[in-house]
Design a binder for this molecule. Sequence first.
Ligand code: GTP
Length: 237
Amino acid sequence: MGAPKYKRIMLKLSGEALAGKNGFGIDFDVAMRIALEIKEIVEMGIEIGAVIGGGNIWRGRSGEGMDRTTADYMGMLATCINALALQDSLESIGVNTRVQTAIEMREIAEPFIRRKAMRHLEKGRIVIFGAGTGNPYFSTDTTAALRAAEIEADAILLAKKVDGVYDKDPNKYDDAKKYSKLSFIQVLEQGLQVMDSTASSLCMDNNIPIIVFGLDTPGNIKRAVLGEEIGTVVSNA
Ligand code: GTP
């Protein structure tokens, strides 16, 4: 096995990833599969920050006619539920974790304190960041980009349902072409659906590469950490 390419990573999981085939809620078999994959890379000495979306519980934008900020706060709460579920799965297999939330809920989890998060990472604990950035109008992709910059992560591992970035929707078009490498400028100019533009520009400005890959293929998290060519790498190079 080669040496890991990255020492400290930000792992971004979509909430839907936890839903498994149900498409809603949390499938604990799936959560455990993800936890076991994460455990493998912890054991390689990789330091891991993690952000999970909340789409398996609440999709803000589907709340038609709803106040946007309220819908976004509901989404932030959904990410906290997912953070606790992932924490539980990881700790049940002996992986040390800490959940830190951007909105204080001290009875449930630690508040986000960057310096404390850094210490946890140095001690080999996975820090799961809940409640987004704590602000409406920001996605969990943006949270991942922001926290990645704050914890000085070497890369963002963006685990998705699709296995990379395509020139058009691969679910709709048979001739959709997958990119193996892209620059942030290409992503922004062509409006490619990697992350939202706020998150992409944050990564571009702070020079944090993003590796986009499919979570459904077992072993992909480890492959991404080893720098194997899976999915799409978005960077300034
Ligand atoms: P060290 O600084 O390395 O000792 O880190 P630590 O996280 O083990 O120390 P600490 O004594 O701060 O935390 C012990 C436990 O309490 C951990 O499981 C933390 O997640 C938890 N904890 C710490 N602060 C808070 C808080 O504000 N709220 C909640 N709910 N738990 C907390």
